[in-house]
Design a protein around this ligand. Structure first.
Ligand SMILES: NC(=O)c1ccc[n+]([C@@H]2O[C@H](COP(=O)([O-])OP(=O)(O)OC[C@H]3O[C@@H](n4cnc5c(N)ncnc54)[C@H](O)[C@@H]3O)[C@@H](O)[C@H]2O)c1
Length: 251
């Protein structure tokens, strides 16, 4: 079991970050790497990823579609072969899906959002959990969303998947409660990623108006929280959804 103590010291540990080629996943991977962790990135698209820009060298860069259970199991085995262990799994890969009323929501889009955003989390956990349990240590962080707590008109598939991630994480956390493996979620509101630049100023203002702090969360703030949840210091909290909404979701 890795020693506790300095919460930013994750040296000797191995993390997998899904959807780690850009956005929140990349920010989380950078933070974990800065803490001394070996980081394996899983993504379907590494086009925009550059090691020099990212500021760290991933231990592995694996093209993995998290909705494919067989590919996930195989990628996990490759990480074990390379580093011998997985201490941290950050299930971050996700898509939004189209914005449509539920009655107009295309069936194939619904299936795709659930396949990536919910099944993808299950696929990662089902291979990581027994490995971590057998080692007596592990930290699983599932990236949910405020949408999973409050719903999202027009984004019912996304909200259903994220709500599912929260309930799934509570269940798995209880299954693993005495094993040394913590399973937690984070629920951010809209973050300052590239996607934000594509939104109209009016839309961004509407989002900000719902946030008591009056601003959008920064990627480094999300990454900092994940680094703590991923560390040995997070030792008595499992099945919890950590808030990242600037005071909006105080429940
Ligand atoms: N950005 C936000 O405002 C925000 C808010 C709340 C929650 N989230 C959640 O945070 C996570 C990351 O979001 P982001 O904004 O960084 O998104 P993003 O689109 O910038 O990055 C997502 C990454 O996941 C990858 N990906 C997509 N489908 C995949 C698959 N099937 N298998 C593996 N990788 C796949 C993409 O290639 C991309 O690199 C998502 O789960 C999202 O729902 C984001």
């Amino acid at each position: 079991m890795p020693s506790s103590g300095n919460l930013t010291d994750l040296s000797g540990q191995t993390a997998i970050v899904t959807g780690g080629a850009r956005g929140l996943g990349l920010g989380i991977a950078q933070r974990l790497a800065r803490a001394g962790c070996r980081v394996a990135l899983w993504d379907v698209n590494f086009d925009g990823f550059e090691e020099t820009k990212a500021g760290f060298s991933p231990t592995l860069k694996q093209t993995v579609d998290v909705s494919d259970a067989v590919a996930v199991a195989s990628a996990f085995a490759d990480v074990i072969t390379e580093t011998g262990q997985v201490d941290i799994l950050v299930n971050n890969a996700g898509i939004n899906g189209p914005i449509r009323s539920t009655w107009d929501y295309p069936l194939d889009a619904w299936q795709k959002v659930l396949a990536i955003d919910l099944n993808g989390v299950f696929h990662g956990c089902r291979v990581a959990a027994p490995h971590m349990r057998d080692r007596g240590y592990g930290r699983i962080i599932n990236v949910a969303s405020i949408a999973g707590k409050e719903g999202n008109p027009g984004g019912s598939a996304y909200a259903a998947a994220k709500g599912g991630v929260i309930a799934f994480s509570k269940s798995l956390a209880k299954e693993l409660a005495t094993s040394g493996v913590m399973v937690n979620c984070i629920a951010p509101t809209m973050a300052e990623t590239e996607l934000l630049k594509e939104m109209t100023p009016e839309f961004v203002s509407t989002i900000k108006a719902k946030i008591p702090m009056g601003r959008i969360v920064r990627v480094d703030e999300v990454a900092e929280m994940v680094a703590w949840i991923a560390s040995p210091a997070c030792s008595f909290t499992t099945g919890f959804t950590f808030d990242l909404t600037g005071g909006r979701a105080t429940y």
